[in-house]
Design a protein around this ligand. Sequence first.
Ligand SMILES: [Fe+2]
Ligand SMILES: [Fe+2]
Length: 172
Amino acid sequence: MAQKNDSLRQLVDAGPAQLIRSLADELNVGYFGWGKRMALMTFGKNYSVGVQTIDDQHKVLFDIINSLYEGMMTGQARSLTGPLLKKLADYTRNHFTAEEALMAAAKYPQLSAHKIKHRDLVKQVEDYIARYDRGETTLNIQLLNFLRDWLTNHIQREDKQYSPCMIEHGIR
Ligand SMILES: [Fe+2]
Ligand SMILES: [Fe+2]
């Protein structure tokens, strides 16, 4: 029986399951077998900026990037990637506008430097989308790693800096 289980295991490990497992390893996300894959990104307290509306918007950005990851892992990448990348760029622009308005309301002293970061981040995604639209690149692990870092680094390095100022001005 043990031997039979071993050969079954080898079958399961071969082919697409093996491929997905190695992709999951490369992206450093959990993998529990077919249909039980963990999301690429999980929103936790470590990403909270202490302002509910902003946290909610950041969660939507996490969701969009997770959907891109899901699309790639389930082989639906081609039909989903274009619309999802556009949604990511649109939502990002709206989020940045909303975040800048709150920083202005809180008279946040670093607002202009933060706006420059936002413009740079939007440009990075727009450049990628333009390359994707021209067929110069596809949805791949490098892009997902880039998007994950693109979002989480900004939240943890820049967004979190405005928290005390916002909270002090009653924005939460
Ligand atoms: Fe920001
Ligand atoms: Fe943000």
